[in-house]
Design a protein around this ligand. Sequence first.
Ligand SMILES: [Zn+2]
Length: 186
Amino acid sequence: MRITLTLILIGLLSCVVTNVQATDYKSNFRHIPAVQTGPVRVAPWKRTPTIIVCENAPVTESQIKKGVKLWRSLGHKFLRTQYKYDSLNKCKSGAPTGYILIHLVTQDIMGLDNDSLAETHFFINNNTNEVDWAIIYMRTTTKDTVLEHEIGHALGYLHFNKINHLMNAKWIYGGWDVDGLERKRR
Ligand SMILES: [Zn+2]
């Protein structure tokens, strides 16, 4: 029941797909602040997440280490990172509470949308307004900044269309600018 509800909720919101290579997300958040002077984080994590790079994910160990290091340098916390090691079978879960899973995308996730490089689903518990879980789906042609960008969605950040910014919706306009992505205490 919960998984069905989740799928209905995440189906309600998605990014605009353009003919420029994009990075998408789907979520169920309810409120976005009206004034946007920087990247918006719709919710913090409920628990400190563990990242699992699942078996067929097109991500190397050095890529995930680099991505985690970037977000840690901005004050974000991860319990641990498991590289293609999943003793609790979390990678099979559609709602892995407490985890950020990274998968190879399958046809049913992005379908015919060839412009998307990756897609992240993150689920917000609307009672507490905190992120419960996230799943990142990556294509095999992983480009620079895509993994870091998707971890940003997994942490609850939306797009910020400043040129060269990590959270730019369009990959070709994005870059390594991390302005406004530092973890803020609430
Ligand atoms: Zn994106």
